[in-house]
Design a protein around this ligand. Structure first.
Ligand SMILES: [Zn+2]
Length: 241
């Protein structure tokens, strides 16, 4: 595994993210009910990975690289909080406006997802791997959500597939490849700050977005899926160290 360059790994994960997202779009187009069921489980699993991996891997590594790692993590969390508030505040007028503002939010979110692969794989292949598994898993839900929003805003199925792919799926590798030249040039200090920021973003994503969404109906499968995400992260941590 270590003979591959960090860039190869980041590219592999970013493209997998795009494919899983596209699969989610197709799934909800083709099998609506099954897709909704799968979405909840996958969100819980992704929430488990995305709360464990920043706390046990990305954040400690950020603090090791830079004394500003903790502050950067706080910044990442606050950034996500306010960007989500902005999206929510602008929604609710008309269906179409909802579609467009939500899509802007998803596009920015997906770009940040992509940048995360660049930052974490530049730090180390292990850190990238841990965050990457959770991120790729949550792409399924993201594809399903984006398609659903587009359909609700009145677009045809075919246009919804096309725009969901552009906004949610394609933006992730674009983010990775745009960020790579910059991120790979960062100093140790700069990488620590970037890694801290990303850890804050991932913690927000898990605790404030995926978990409340996935557990709001309180289904029985929520906890096993969440705990299996955490267990997988711990297993990867143990086997890679
Ligand atoms: Zn995402």
């Amino acid at each position: 595994m270590n003979q591959w360059s960090p860039f190869t790994w980041a590219a592999l994960f970013a493209i997998s993210a795009m494919l899983v997202n596209t699969f989610g779009i197709w799934l909800v187009y083709r099998f609506r009910r099954q897709a909704e069921k799968a979405k909840e489980k996958v969100m819980c699993f992704a929430a488990g990975v995305l709360i464990a991996s920043p706390l046990i891997m990305a954040f400690p590594e950020a603090v090791e690289h830079s004394q500003w790692g903790g502050l950067a993590a706080l910044g990442g969390f606050i950034f996500m909080f306010f960007s989500n508030r902005l999206i929510r505040r602008q929604t609710g007028q008309t269906e179409l406006a909802f579609g467009i503002t939500a899509l802007q939010g998803i596009a920015i979110h997906s770009l940040v997802d992509g940048i995360t692969y660049s930052v974490t794989f530049t730090a180390s292949v292990q850190t990238g791997f841990l965050a990457g598994i959770g991120l790729v898993a949550h792409e399924l839900a993201e594809g399903i959500i984006t398609y659903t929003i587009l359909r609700h805003s009145g677009r045809s199925a075919r246009r919804s597939i096309f725009f969901a792919f552009l906004v949610a799926a394609l933006t992730t590798p674009v983010g990775t490849f745009l960020a790579w030249p910059l991120v790979s040039q960062l100093s140790r200090q700069g990488l620590g700050i970037a890694l801290g920021f990303v850890a804050g973003v991932l913690i927000y994503l898990s605790a404030s977005h995926l978990l409340p969404e996935a557990t709001k109906d309180d289904h029985h499968h929520a906890w096993p899926a969440f705990l299996s995400g955490i267990a997988l992260s711990l297993l990867l941590l143990v086997t890679h160290h």
